[in-house]
Design a protein around this ligand. Structure first.
Ligand SMILES: C[S@@+](CC[C@H](N)C(=O)[O-])C[C@H]1O[C@@H](n2cnc3c(N)ncnc32)[C@H](O)[C@@H]1O
Length: 451
């Protein structure tokens, strides 16, 4: 029997003849009728791991970066951290907890919002790893203190928060999370938020934005649509549903300008737009060859606008897998970078396990930086996750493991989990992008110091 989301997709196809891949992906992941992320039964860690679910040291190191950002903003009495795509809440828990342990003044000022389509608060078994803040001052009570927490209150209304509170003061205690002071907000993106002074943060969010798929055929950009043939979902190529697909490729120097792309000028000046993108030499490289297939993330455009409107002053920290455009759209990736995860099995087939598997795509960081530039969000840092964490003191946490008095087995387990954060085969080659809005925030951030 077909799932509700599968039926929804087929009904859409029946009505329209075919749908864009982005519409298909949107339904698979976010349909209220059983999309992967809308189904409460789909605990994320049952299908794949992420850095924060691997080890809380990830959050502790980000807390160090947040502390510097707070200082750069002049130690405001209320420092907003708005985490979008907070998933099971692992990063929120580890960051807030680390702030209380390492930076109590910041913890006092911290106003942490965990926002998601479906904000959950699940204690991951992975979080039973004991860890320390690097100063050897004892075990983290993270697991113990979080256990038994009564986090069942009504979800905080994003609208009330954004419109009523205007982010000027601290929320009343009754509206705050009983344990850690985290607001959980059910929301799509950032539309409801304004007046953020602090940091907007996301880990593995943008790779989940629905993408348009394209193919180069007959020397032209065609789009991949999803239709049904003989009861099976299948792909067809046709004229793009939006000129923005070709415009994006043209702006990246990947495809010659077409009449529509030339006129629209939607994508700004030719890349590179910022010093951070130095070394990316797209101009002059041959355009994508016949048969090349790939993806374009148009949703990033709206997302960047939302970021700019929500953030008054401060930083945006984006952590995800992806590359600068020249590497992302290389010949090596000539069938695109779309990947699916179902119960820790990786595949490239989005048409199986509909609503039961994650669908992701690598992030084009070049376009993210350029879109930011156009919205007044300056790129102030771009590096590998392993470099970012190393700069923030990863090795001191690793060393501290030896002084915890843990059993040899637990030390080894914890060490293994920590090492995934910097291992290039795991999360180490993820990218970290910092953008800033506001005067005087261009100073070098600790996580991005060039070695
Ligand atoms: C791959 S999970 C990452 C979860 C978490 N950040 C982590 O690293 O463990 C992506 C999360 O982003 C959420 N999400 C995707 N698009 C969103 C949007 N536009 N607004 C809010 N949440 C979104 C999904 O519901 C999901 O929980």
């Amino acid at each position: 029997m077909r799932s509700a989301v599968d039926q929804e997709i087929r009904a859409l196809i029946q009505k329209h003849g075919c749908i864009t891949f982005a519409q298909f992906m949107q339904a698979c992941l976010y349909s209220p009728h059983g999309g992967f992320y809308s189904s409460r039964g789909n605990r994320i860690s049952a299908h794949f791991g992420t850095s924060p679910t691997s080890h809380p040291v990830f959050g502790a190191l980000i807390a160090r970066q947040l502390e510097q950002m707070w200082h750069l903003l002049g130690d405001p009495p209320v420092f907003h951290v708005l985490e979008v795509g907070s998933g099971d809440g692992a990063l929120a828990q580890s960051i807030v907890h680390a702030c209380w342990r390492m930076a109590p003044r910041l913890a006092q000022a911290l106003y942490y919002v965990a926002a998601d389509y479906e904000p959950r608060w699940l204690l991951s078994p992975d979080h039973t790893f004991d860890w320390d803040n690097g100063t050897g001052d004892g075990m983290s009570p993270a697991t113990a203190s979080a256990e038994g927490a009564q986090l069942n209150g009504p979800p905080f209304s994003a609208t009330a928060w954004a419109e009523g509170a205007q982010l000027n003061g601290r929320p009343s205690p009754s509206r705050r999370d009983a344990l850690l002071g985290v607001q959980r907000v059910k929301t799509e993106g950032l539309r409801a938020f304004r007046n953020v002074v602090g940091c907007i943060l996301c880990n593995e969010l943008i790779d989940n934005f629905p993408v348009h798929r394209f193919a180069i055929q007959g020397g032209r950009v065609k789009e991949v649509f999803v239709t049904s043939a003989g009861g099976n979902l299948t792909e067809v190529l046709d004229e793009p549903s939006s000129p923005r697909i070709a415009e994006r490729l043209t702006s990246l120097g990947l495809f010659p300008a077409t009449a529509s792309a030339e006129g629209a000028q939607l994508n700004g000046p030719p890349f590179p737009a910022t010093a951070w993108a130095e070394g990316a030499q797209l101009n002059g490289r041959p355009s994508l060859p016949e048969g090349y297939r790939g993806e374009v993330n148009l949703a990033m455009e709206d997302w960047t606008g939302q970021l700019a409107r929500a953030l008054d002053r401060g930083f945006i920290l984006t952590i995800d897998y992806g590359q600068l455009a020249p590497d992302l759209y290389s010949l090596q990736n000539n069938q695109g970078t779309l990947v699916c995860y179902h119960r820790h099995v990786v595949s490239s087939d989005p048409y199986q396990h509909i609503g039961q598997q994650d669908i992701t795509c690598q992030v084009d960081f070049t376009s993210l930086m350029r879109l930011g530039d156009r919205h007044g969000l300056a790129t102030v840092g771009y590096t590998l996750q392993r470099q970012f964490l190393t700069n923030l003191g990863f090795s001191s946490y690793l060393d501290a493991l030896q002084t915890q008095g843990l059993s040899a087995a637990r030390t080894a387990l914890s060490r293994m989990a920590m090492m995934t954060l910097v291992d290039p085969e795991e999360y180490g080659d993820f990218k970290v992008l910092a953008q800033a809005k506001g005067h005087g925030l261009g100073l070098e951030l600790l996580g991005f110091v060039r070695q």
